[in-house]
Design a binder for this molecule. Sequence first.
Ligand SMILES: C[S@@+](CC[C@H](N)C(=O)[O-])C[C@H]1O[C@@H](n2cnc3c(N)ncnc32)[C@H](O)[C@@H]1O
Length: 271
Amino acid sequence: MTDDAAVRDAIATLRAAGVDSPEYDARALAKHAQATGTDFADLVGKRAQRTPLQHLVGSTGFRYLDLEVGPGVFVPRPETEVLVDAVLAAIKDMTRPLVVDLCAGAGTIGFAVAHERPTAVVHLVERDPRAFEWLQRNAPRDDTDSRVHLHLADAAAALPELDGTVDVVASNPPYVAEHERELVDPEVRDHDPEAALFAGDDGLDVIRVVAATAARLLKPRGLVAIEHSDRQGDAVPQLLKETDHWDEIADHEDLTRRPRFATARRAEAAT
Ligand SMILES: C[S@@+](CC[C@H](N)C(=O)[O-])C[C@H]1O[C@@H](n2cnc3c(N)ncnc32)[C@H](O)[C@@H]1O
């Protein structure tokens, strides 16, 4: 049993270790310890060493899904939930929309769309073999009509067979600039994979790849939706404006009112 005193001690320990949400984490660990018979003190010790809560409990909630996570895969973040709303809005009047999630990680965007739009056909692309194992683990078990397709591939060259046919390309790619390394929390720096975080000197290397692949995959008027950091709310729309591929370029905030993702429509006449 994890008694109130043990939880109070754990809160103090986590607060002293600099954990952002010590009350929430201590209670979540107590619940997990009771449900699984894991040693509570051991869990609290690991959390105080800044192992992510989600790795300790083995999963994280994202919209209506519980996604398994652990070493080797990026932990899905609540910020990404608003991007899923934009994808769902774009496909709401389509009978059998075709959606691609580039840089899929645990399957965050793609599996949420497949779950909430049961007629959507969704392709998820992930380059890192370790992350891909988590993607496979989280794939829907009830996909009896094969709507969900997983691809171990680089976003740059992915899915040439779908060129010009896709309704929405969505992505939460790596977007931290090299010089921002010291801004990153220990949970992230030491436990999210490097390849999930960093993307060159300006943090835009993979976003450029995603934009180019989206331009290739989308049908005319198809939508691209790309998550970015709260410091890239001007840079990503600007990057999209640099080619003639895009119309209706817009940037959007997350629930904390910070710039979070850009959208654009594939121009009809562009190359
Ligand atoms: C920030 S994580 C996001 C994962 C997931 N989309 C999410 O929101 O939880 C970025 C992911 O992109 C993958 N990745 C990085 N470069 C890639 C590329 N060129 N092609 C495909 N995947 C890539 C990383 O391995 C990582 O899993």
